[in-house]
Ligand binder design. Sequence first.
Ligand code: OFO
Length: 180
Amino acid sequence: MISKAMAETINKQINNEMYSAYLYMAMSADCSSKGLNGFAKWFMVQYHEEMLHAMKFYNYLLDQGAEIQLQGIKEPPKTFATVREMFEKTLEHEKFITKSINEIANQAQKEQDHATFTFVQWYITEQIEEEKNDTEILQRLKLAGESGPGLFMLDGALGARAVTVQTDFSIGVPITGAGA
Ligand code: OFO
């Protein structure tokens, strides 16, 4: 069993993760409307990853016998000036998520909640990957250029990204493990 305060924090984090999914879905839609189908796919794969992040927290609360309290999801921006702006906003958002994950770990330590502290380690590692991916794509955008053949090439490369995470949550979500 976890504390009420910890359940509140995790419920808030479910909302953060759902907003992440929503934000990347909005970016995917904007890329699609601009004919950038590779970027659109990359962001849609990211959407699935974020849904998994939300559902892992959701299942953790259920496993701990805590109450699920779903909150309203903020509206994401509809359009973005450039692809570079999307990735700058993505990186900025992921830094915010890293901070919120670290705060969960801090709270768990303070409460001597070893279960949550262990559980959140998966997210701490995941955030290294998230920030790294966005930083690398920003570097590639700088090298390739934001229009013409460079952008077209990068669109093709990012379109190769495939969904590798669990997308069916009716079967539960393991607390640890790669399916995760
Ligand atoms: Fe993008 O890591 Fe969850 O939010």
